[in-house]
Design a binder for this molecule. Structure first.
Ligand SMILES: [Zn+2]
Length: 340
């Protein structure tokens, strides 16, 4: 980090004594993964990028839509028009306000088969996901490899977050051996306030800064929940691993997961298909699909409309099919138009 950054760009943060020039240099050396770049991931990535975290890996499986713009602060209308993958759109936006850091976009679904390559080499993982399946996967990876991570979630007016320092504090499975009740509520059914998102992101990003500058003792050791509408706020002690916790006892069932060939996304009437990696030639496929419906592609996605379905295809062959929650329908559509 040069003097320009210390005295210029980051000067107000360096003036904050608990960070200072030394802490700022540590941030510059840090590598952080943001798993999921929707609302919470956008806000967290934005805060950490502006704070000068040297390297950010942004992992997301989805593409930008207009209904995201109410709360997903790294995206704009143009991104939605182009259906840009969120990881790509996030990296582009961050480069506009901090070109001094490295951002690595990864357009992928975080699954057992790729968790080591996607989270490997990072000092800290931040949770921007929207489901417990992926969170348990991150938790197993983190506990097994002693990598710290920060759980963060928001739905409706409710925000919840916890720091997981493996071997030191409780892990996610210590607190929630099973996915908690209430997770059936999603942003789709219960809606979401952008202020709940920004609250949880601000808390998580601050804990991340403490971790990265070496102020571990200042990190919160509780599960904190906060409802910005009712003003109810609660903390549950998470000081130590729970005896008998599956993950803390070395049973990493989610890492060993047999994979997830089909996933129905967050209640929004779509199915994701990624049965195998099959690189797709967009130009060739585009020509082949032309007679069957409307088709459009750019460097990152191919979109194909065939009423009442809309298929979004990524270069590695993964697809999100909108207009159905029936995996059989989605699979047959995929087989027919992309290949089985
Ligand atoms: Zn545990």
């Amino acid at each position: 980090m040069d003097a320009l950054d210390i005295n210029g760009r980051y000067s107000r943060q360096v003036l904050f004594q608990a960070i200072g020039a030394e802490g700022q240099n540590k941030l510059a050396q840090a590598r952080v993964a943001v798993a999921g770049c929707g609302a919470t991931g956008s806000a967290v990535a934005s805060l950490l990028a502006r704070s000068g975290v040297g390297a950010l890996r942004i992992i997301d499986r989805d593409y930008v839509e207009t209904s995201n713009l109410q709360r997903q602060s790294l995206f704009d209308e143009e991104d939605a028009r182009e259906s840009l993958p969120k990881a790509i759109a996030a990296a582009r936006q961050i480069a506009r306000f901090n070109s001094r850091i490295a951002v690595e976009p990864q357009v992928a679904d975080l699954i057992p088969a790729n968790v080591y390559s996607l989270l490997g080499g990072c000092d800290l993982v931040l949770d921007g996901t929207d489901n417990f399946e992926t969170r348990y996967l991150i938790n197993d990876y983190a506990v097994k490899n002693s990598v710290a991570w920060i759980y963060a979630a928001a739905v409706a007016s409710y925000a919840v977050t916890m720091n997981i320092l493996p071997g030191e504090t409780a892990c996610l499975a210590c607190i929630f051996p099973e996915p908690p009740r209430g997770t059936v509520e999603t942003c789709e059914t219960a809606g979401i306030l952008n202020s709940a998102v920004n609250l949880v992101a601000a808390l998580a990003a601050t804990e991340a800064l403490k971790f990265l500058v070496g102020a571990r003792a200042k990190m919160r050791r509780t599960l904190l929940s906060w409802d910005v509408w009712t003003n109810e706020r609660a903390e549950l002690a998470a000081l130590h691993p729970r005896s008998g916790c599956r993950a803390c006892s070395g049973d990493f069932v989610h890492l060993a997961g047999a994979g997830r060939p089909h996933i129905t996304l967050c209640g929004r009437n779509s199915v994701q298909i990624h049965e195998r990696e099959r690189p797709v030639d967009f130009a060739e496929l585009s020509a082949r699909l032309q007679p069957h419906g409307k088709v459009r592609h750019n460097e990152f996605v191919l979109k194909f409309w065939r009423e009442p379905y809309e298929m979004t295809l990524f270069p590695d062959g993964r697809a999100i099919i909108k207009g159905t929650t029936d995996t059989a329908v989605a699979r047959s559509l995929y087989a027919r138009f992309v290949g089985s």
